[in-house]
Design a protein around this ligand. Structure first.
Ligand code: UT7
Length: 332
């Protein structure tokens, strides 16, 4: 078995819908501003009595398993992308493993923010190609809403980020016609502090203190405009890298699924690449930006809508904290 293919996808989002008008009750913003600058109409924020990162991932996985008509016990490895694990340690991968009843198999956690799912997919693709595993569960799941500054001071992040989970079952195959063609991973640590959560940082003399908790370093900090400008350049670059590596052109893409950072970023990219509306998938309008979960949720929704079918060329691309950026080309 020389290749890896995506066998099935699934997703789960919390039931709790937060509209732009809901946000105006506690921050100085407007539905009009949020729609115009981000494209978002509503997002899902978790219910602390019901949702955890691991159990949302479990629900997404169960959907993917059901669609594939297979049982969890066929999974022989887990790669879990999240920057919001349920515990400081261990990562949520082992919690998902436990919930699926798969005690004993390996579980790897990946912390590459918005690019996390593509990094995770790349690990799965290459573990399978190396012959190490046959069926790998790759998930992206996040609870961002509990880390947001829910005051007007945090309005450039609290209107964007949201919660959810997506899963993909990646499996070994001999068939070169339906497989992950390639993955491309990049990072530039010069920009680590342009989008980050500083605390609880282990390099502090005292990791948790009253002063720290009263400050704002536990919240998401983003230099929005700066991130935006880098994102549009890197998205295009990494998509072209993937196409070049496979001797393909933009015209060959059937569906581009960009990480759902901001609708304006997707639209800018679409224009730069000259892609028609039906070849770019966006769901940020109703789900916001769910970091590592955004691409697998979008894949699952696109599959539900019949936009992903055997033979289609699907391009995934992401950019986010790190900075990290990545792409994947999949012949479904
Ligand atoms: O997913 C990982 C990667 N993340 C991204 O790629 C996100 C990239 N960045 C963005 O999406 C955008 O930069 C934001 C949506 C975060 C901000 O949009 P922007 O068009 O870059 O706005 P800005 O930060 O330049 O702010 C413009 C104005 C400011 O007011 P003044 O200084 O011009 O008076 C902000 O205070 O808009 C104000 N503003 C808001 N107003 C109402 C910022 N956030 C809000 C808000 N509601 N929520």
């Amino acid at each position: 078995m020389k290749y890896a293919k995506i066998l099935s996808v699934g997703h789960y989002v919390p039931e709790n819908v937060v509209t732009n008008d809901d946000l105006t009750k506690f921050i100085d913003t407007s539905d009009e501003w949020i729609r115009e600058r981000t494209g978002i109409r509503e997002r899902r924020w978790f219910d602390p009595d019901k949702d955890t990162v691991a159990n949302m991932a479990t629900r997404a996985t169960r959907m993917a398993l059901e669609r594939a008509g297979m049982e969890a016990k066929e999974i022989d490895f887990i790669v879990f992308a999240t920057i919001t694990p349920d515990y400081f340690f261990p990562g949520s991968g082992v919690l998902l493993q436990r919930e699926l009843g798969l005690q004993g198999i390996g579980a790897l956690d990946i912390r590459n923010a918005c690019s996390g799912f593509i990094y995770a997919l790349s690990v799965a693709d290459n573990f399978i190609k190396a012959g190490m595993y046959k069926t790998i569960l790759v998930v992206g799941a996040e609870i961002q809403s509990s880390a947001l500054d829910k005051t007007t001071a945090g309005r450039s992040t609290n209107v964007i980020f949201a919660d959810g989970a997506g899963a993909a079952i990646v499996q070994a195959t001999d068939n070169p016609e339906h497989r992950i063609l390639s993955t491309h991973l990049h990072a530039d640590g010069d920009y680590a502090e342009e989008l980050y959560v500083r605390d609880p940082g282990s390099s502090r003399k005292v990791r948790l203190s009253k002063e720290l908790i009263e400050g704002d370093t536990f919240k998401v900090h983003m230099n929005g405009n700066f991130v935006f400008k880098h994102a549009v350049v890197r998205f295009e670059e990494v998509i072209k890298e993937a196409l070049d590596a496979n001797n393909l052109t933009v015209e060959d893409i059937d569906l581009l699924i960009p990480h759902q950072a901001n609708l304006r970023i997707s639209e800018f990219l679409q224009k730069r690449l000259g892609l028609p509306d039906d070849k770019v998938f966006n769901n940020i309008m109703h789900l916001g930006n769910t970091t590592a979960a955004s691409i697998p949720i979008a894949m699952s929704e696109a599959w539900e809508q019949g936009k992903i079918k055997p033979g289609k060329l699907v391009c995934l691309a992401a950019f986010g904290s790190g900075f990290t950026w990545a792409s994947a080309l999949i012949r479904w």
